[in-house]
Design a protein around this ligand. Structure first.
Ligand SMILES: [Ca+2]
Ligand SMILES: [Ca+2]
Ligand SMILES: [Ca+2]
Ligand SMILES: [Ca+2]
Length: 331
């Protein structure tokens, strides 16, 4: 009984820290959906409405959410509460899919040549200003690029058509060779690291999710996943994956998937919401945050965690932010 009580208390405590979510654009209902990163359970089936244009991949960029629109030929920018802030494109983009944010640079997979776009390529933008930073071609290597995954100082690019299913590039776009190309995986969409550091890939036409050895690219395992598009490793060891029917949780222990959300399933990515005044980012504004500000009081410089209003000095303004938000996010 005591053990059960402790378990419940722990569960509630974890719930209090639930500021991290998995987000997914629903391309049928044009809205952003949130899942629990531990269990894959839907937390919010409509955080806010999207503009349409087949929203495919939502990425957090600072305090904004950027969404690739495959048919809209643009990356739309949204506040965390769903205010439309503008867009990158359609100039220079056509038929875009998955994206990645790497060291302040937005990488966008592009397939078409309309709007002055470069065809099969990765198009880069400054994630701070949105300014274009050029592109590199993936023609003949990842002929219809669909997803990007950073792996150390390299990037993997998945492709809807071989060869290759997945090709490796350096950060400047130079080819580093085939990562994976076989009939076990066809029309590769989203890639993600699994709990062991290997690479999950959604196979849209091979109707599966495969696990590839991070070093060799060899298939380690796979499971059936009809028309798979998105994939994400959950904290509980199960796999969240998506397709045109919605989102599913695969349990490796029983070898079965369960539908957890109905809609137009697309790519999955993390959304981390910060509670205002939460200096130590444990999801709760309490005396620990107050003490942190007091200890740092008077310090100046860029990027201080205790500088809550971002004016490069820790002073009474930051203290007031903690006090005004005291107790927020706490059970
Ligand atoms: Ca287009
Ligand atoms: Ca293949
Ligand atoms: Ca805190
Ligand atoms: Ca300050």
């Amino acid at each position: 009984m005591r053990r059960l009580t402790m378990f419940l208390a722990l569960g509630m405590a974890i719930g209090a820290f639930g500021q991290t979510y998995v987000m997914m654009p629903d391309s049928t209902n044009n809205r952003l959906v949130l899942f629990d990163p531990e269990t894959g359970i839907v937390v919010n089936n409509n955080l806010f409405g999207l503009a349409g244009g087949t929203p495919l991949h939502a990425l957090q960029v600072g305090n904004e959410i950027w969404v690739s629109e495959q048919l809209g030929d643009r990356v739309s920018r949204w506040s965390l509460t769903g205010d439309f802030l503008g867009a990158i494109g359609p100039s220079g983009l056509d038929n875009i899919r998955g994206m990645a944010l790497i060291d302040g640079v937005l990488y966008v997979t592009n397939a078409g040549t309309a709007n002055g776009a470069p065809g099969a390529a990765i198009v880069k933008f400054d994630a701070g200003t949105g300014a274009p930073l050029g592109s590199f071609s993936t023609t003949g290597l990842a002929p219809s690029p669909f997803g990007i995954l950073r792996d150390g100082d390299t990037i993997l690019v998945s492709s809807a058509s071989a060869n290759d299913d997945i090709h490796r590039f350096d950060m400047n776009g130079a080819s580093l060779g085939t990562f994976h190309n076989s009939t076990s995986l066809n029309f590769a969409e989203q890639m993600a690291f699994d709990a062991n550091g290997n690479i999950l890939v959604a196979g849209f036409s091979s109707n599966n999710v495969v696990v590839l050895d991070r070093n060799t690219g060899a298939v380690l395992s796979s499971f059936a996943a009809s028309g798979a598009r998105g994939v994400f490793q959950l904290g509980n060891g199960m796999i969240l994956w998506t397709n045109g029917s919605g989102a599913h949780v695969y349990d490796p222990a029983v070898g079965r998937s369960t539908l957890v959300y109905s809609g137009g399933g697309r790519y999955l990515d993390l959304l981390v919401l910060r509670v205002e005044g939460d200096v130590n980012r444990d999801g709760c504004v309490d005396d620990a945050d107050l003490l942190a500000v007091l200890f740092a009081f008077g310090q100046s410089g860029a990027g201080l965690a205790e500088d809550l209003n971002g004016d490069s000095v820790v002073d009474d303004a930051d203290l007031l932010i903690v006090l005004f938000n005291f107790g927020n996010g706490c059970e």
